[in-house]
Design a binder for this molecule. Sequence first.
Ligand code: ADP
Ligand code: MG
Length: 237
Amino acid sequence: MQSKTATLSGRAITKVYRSGEIDIWALKGVDFDLYPQEVVVLLGASGSGKSTLLNILGGLDVPSDGQVFYNGTDISRASERELTLFRRLHVGFVFQFYNLIPSLTAYENVALVTEIVPNAMPPEEALELVDLLDRKNHFPAQLSGGEQQRVAIARAIAKRPDILLCDEPTGALDMKTGIVVLQAIEHINREIGTTTAVITHNTVVGEMADRIVSISDGKISDVKVNKERRKASTLHW
Ligand code: ADP
Ligand code: MG
């Protein structure tokens, strides 16, 4: 797997937040690769820099220094417009709090994205991938937290992104519901080969990954390759 060109690479990424008089070094020189079709779990304590790294890789934020490559092309100096297109066409994001639009049904929440992207899947197909087709006409308030997160995943992958970036997707869910959400992520990776990164502070989630990248105090502290991925359905915490 590692002989291929990485889908996304970060090189010597630093991020400094200026907060009044003090500088906060959120990332202190991070090299990170995400290879085609793999699942990487990004592990680390709160405040270690996980979200900052994922946001920079996904073009939601820019590094203070260092480079980001998408399929070998440097996007770290891209214009705002180029970054918008990169995000829109190639990256699906999933966050801890689903960010669905309450006044739209599950179907409409997904359609909002598929309408602005070429070659998107029909919303039904995306909802089917997360096993929620039968709930397509339900509003977020009529869905459980886990179901809402699966709609958010359907929305993220309906554009057939190369990359799915998930920031604590199970952070607000109990174990059983969290596992169903992880199964949806696993299923999409297997079915359509979306390169996937999942942030968590739950070490058990790492077992479903091809690789576990640990981040500590703004630096990569460890990379572990799993011999085989454990099925999300068998995880327990
Ligand atoms: P994690 O996702 O691992 O919890 P973050 O990437 O959110 O960590 O944050 C890393 C560090 O950067 C923390 O010390 C956090 O307080 C700081 N930080 C994150 N975003 C900002 C911001 N917009 N302004 C100032 N400091 C920030
Ligand atoms: Mg975070």
